[in-house]
Ligand binder design. Structure first.
Ligand code: FMN
Length: 200
């Protein structure tokens, strides 16, 4: 599917075929695309929890104010991030380049995040947002639909997935075979309301 068609056709779908199962290789493929998303310093701070087990999806749905798409999706991806990934062998993020420029990058990366919890959190949300959009467009291209979600009890979901104490949850994306189209678009703001040339 053409990229622009995927962007145009991606919608937040709420009705999925509960009996449809994605194969393991399709799920792996989707995540292989997800990790091609850009991250600052190539920090790759996202962590993905994939849920296909029906009982766990049902529990997640309960924790999402009963939103049915969570239960009916073939796959629910909980996008998390490691707030301390800047301090966990950051040389890994530049494994393919020579040592000298790698050390410069690693030092700069450490300076950007050390002792800066707001930066760590901002980076978590930026990275997961990028990955979520990649997942949604890749899924569309693979013949699936998605629903991005923040309407759930973050603490309870964190407990349920054994979220490490230095990680946070950004959002979830439900993925599945659509049984009903999304409602018509809510209404996009005109560009004149949201685009400013050179400055506000
Ligand atoms: C961060 C985020 C959280 C969202 N949370 C929910 C949610 O909990 N439940 C839901 O049904 N839709 C959720 N949505 C979907 C939005 O309502 C939807 O993206 C918006 O209305 C635009 O519609 P579209 O995605 O079909 O273009 C969320 C979207 C985003 C980006």
């Amino acid at each position: 599917m053409d990229t622009l068609d995927a962007i145009n056709q991606r919608r937040s779908v709420k009705s999925f075929d509960k009996n449809y199962k994605m194969t393991k290789s399709e799920i792996d493929r989707l995540l292989e695309f997800a990790v091609l998303s850009p991250t600052s310093y190539n920090i790759q701070n996202w962590r993905f929890v994939t849920v296909t087990d029906q009982a766990i999806k049902d529990k997640l749905s309960e924790l999402s104010h009963g939103q049915q798409q969570v239960s009916d999706a073939s796959l629910v991806i909980i996008l998390c991030a490691d707030l301390n990934s800047w301090d966990k062998e950051p040389e890994r993020y530049w494994a393919n380049i020579p040592a000298e420029p790698r050390n410069v990058l690693v030092e700069s990366l450490r300076r950007s995040y050390r002792g800066k919890p707001q930066q760590q959190r901002d980076e978590a949300m930026r990275s997961c947002g990028m990955a979520a959009q990649t997942i949604m467009l890749a899924a569309k291209s693979m013949g699936y639909d998605t629903c991005p979600m923040k309407g759930f009890d973050y603490d309870a979901v964190g407990n349920m997935i054994n979220l490490p104490t230095d990680h946070i949850i950004s959002m979830m994306v439900a993925v599945g075979k659509k049984t009903k189209d999304a409602s018509p678009r809510g209404g996009q703001l005109p560009l004149s309301d949201v685009v400013f040339e050179n400055k506000f």
